[in-house]
Design a protein around this ligand. Structure first.
Ligand code: HEC
Ligand code: HEC
Length: 243
């Protein structure tokens, strides 16, 4: 009996240590060939700096979900890195540019990218031409309910983006310099065309069963209006500005 007990304890110890040393994420990554030193660094940095708000597996919480295919498939490589660099102040996410090294930001970004299993469906365009005044009309009619007056963001009632009846699921701030410096016009346009499956953000492109169906030119007008909020202040430039 004693011997059985000892064997049980040894097995229990080995399993527990295995679980501690090789968390589920890392084991899965190893299994499908994604694991390397940088992945492991990214995982640790993500757990330290991001998981509290974005969830251990990127499922979201106070911060937006990051593991959604509908997000990853339209986000260009620079978007995630720049968002980490600039943050989203005065919203809850601080700028990590002054805190983390460039290589650390890259490791976190590629760790987040590791959740992507779908193909890239984004648009590689930097500038979309549209009418700012018509974009404002459309925005005031259709977007402010979730993205706030002048795009300053839905209310962050304590729990930020946590989905619940009281906090709702507020839209992020689009009139935000961290967002505007990170997002290309192509990313904004692709988000409007496809929506964000798994969130309240619907598709707007005619023919895509959007809740409101817009023509492509109207989507361009919205992009132009959102872009008009960016301050051309010549402020600090990050390492990836040219992307
Ligand atoms: C204190 C909470 C908090 C922390 C910590 C935080 N974020 Fe965020 N993050 C947010 C919020 C809130 C938003 C949305 C901003 C808004 O509501 O306007 C956001 C937005 C983002 C976005 C944009 C997502 C999208 O769909 O466009 C990315 C990418 C992101 N965060 C990555 C990270 C990473 C990586 C880290 C760790 C280095 C991190 N965040 C740390 C709260 C946080
Ligand atoms: C029913 C609420 C709702 C409406 C209406 C809505 N949005 Fe959104 N939108 C959201 C939410 C919530 C998100 C964040 C999705 C997520 O969790 O990734 C979002 C995300 C976005 C993003 C991506 C922002 C980022 O940080 O990545 C853009 C751009 C956007 N919306 C633009 C618009 C525009 C323009 C309109 C009006 C034509 C609009 N939205 C209408 C709720 C809404």
């Amino acid at each position: 009996m004693k011997r059985q007990c000892r064997i049980f304890c040894v097995v229990f110890f080995i399993v527990t240590m295995g679980w501690v040393l090789f968390p589920e994420n890392e084991v899965n990554a190893y299994r499908d060939g994604r694991w390397n030193q940088s992945y492991s660094t990214g995982l640790k940095l993500y757990a330290t700096h991001c998981a509290a708000c974005h969830g251990k597996n990127g499922e979201g919480g106070i911060g937006l979900p990051l593991n959604l295919q509908s997000f990853l498939s339209v986000a260009p490589s620079g978007y995630i890195r720049k968002t980490i660099f600039y943050g989203r102040l005065p919203r809850q996410m601080i700028a990590y540019g002054p805190i983390l090294k460039k290589a650390e930001i890259e490791a976190i970004a590629s760790f987040v990218r590791g959740w992507q299993v779908s193909d890239y469906k984004g648009l590689d365009i930097n500038r979309v031409a549209g009418s700012v005044s018509n974009g404002k009309l459309l925005f005031d009619g259709m977007c402010i309910g979730c993205h706030g007056l002048n795009g300053l963001g839905g209310p962050q009632v304590g729990g930020g983006h946590v989905t619940n009846a009281i906090a709702g699921y507020p839209g992020p701030s689009l009139n935000n310099q961290g967002f505007l410096k990170s997002a290309t016009d192509g990313y904004i346009k692709a988000t409007l065309m496809s929506g964000r499956v798994g969130t309240p953000m619907g598709s707007y492109l005619k023919g895509k069963q959007g809740f409101v169906e817009l023509r492509e030119q109207e989507i361009n007008d919205l992009v132009a209006y959102i872009r008009s909020w960016e301050k051309q202040d010549g402020g600090p430039r990050d390492h990836w500005r040219s992307e």
